[in-house]
Ligand binder design. Structure first.
Ligand code: SME
Length: 138
């Protein structure tokens, strides 16, 4: 449907903008809850294609954020037991949930090739990005 196509296009543009302009953002994607299923589905991204188009709730950093509704900052992915590796180059990750009308409907996920790059500023910035995205998802 055309409205969803244009939203997907805009989500991809947001991913590209972030990936191109923030040196330590090496992969940027949006995962959303997949209908009624207890899983996330990749909807838009910038960076290398990933095999992980579907992530079950609870699995990996993304799947955990789907159930906790909390930001998850990972300074060192090697220190995580419940982690899904997308690329051997990834050293750190941040996932921030996206709320529409108070409901966690998806998330922004960023991988970094830099060790421990994410600060509270990234969290606040990505919360702001998600609030803006929530307005176009309505
Ligand atoms: N590392 C994520 C999987 C998604 S990829 O980073 C694109 C995780 O552990 O949930």
């Amino acid at each position: 449907e055309s409205k969803n196509l244009s939203v997907d296009h805009r989500l991809t543009e947001v991913c590209e903008l972030l990936e191109k302009n923030i040196p330590y953002y090496d992969w940027v994607g949006f995962y959303f809850k997949n209908g009624d299923k207890n899983e996330l589905k990749l909807r838009a991204f910038a960076g290398e294609p990933t095999d992980h188009l579907i992530i079950p709730f609870g699995k990996g950093i993304c799947g955990q954020v789907a159930v906790t509704n909390k930001n998850f900052v990972v300074p060192d992915v090697k220190a995580q037991d419940n982690y899904i590796a997308c690329s051997i180059y990834v050293k750190a990750e941040i996932v921030v949930p996206l709320f529409v009308n108070g409901e966690n409907i998806g998330q922004i996920d960023i991988d970094s090739h830099t060790a421990d790059p994410f600060s509270k500023e990234d969290e606040l910035f990505l919360e702001f990005v998600n609030e803006e995205i929530a307005k176009i998802l309505g």
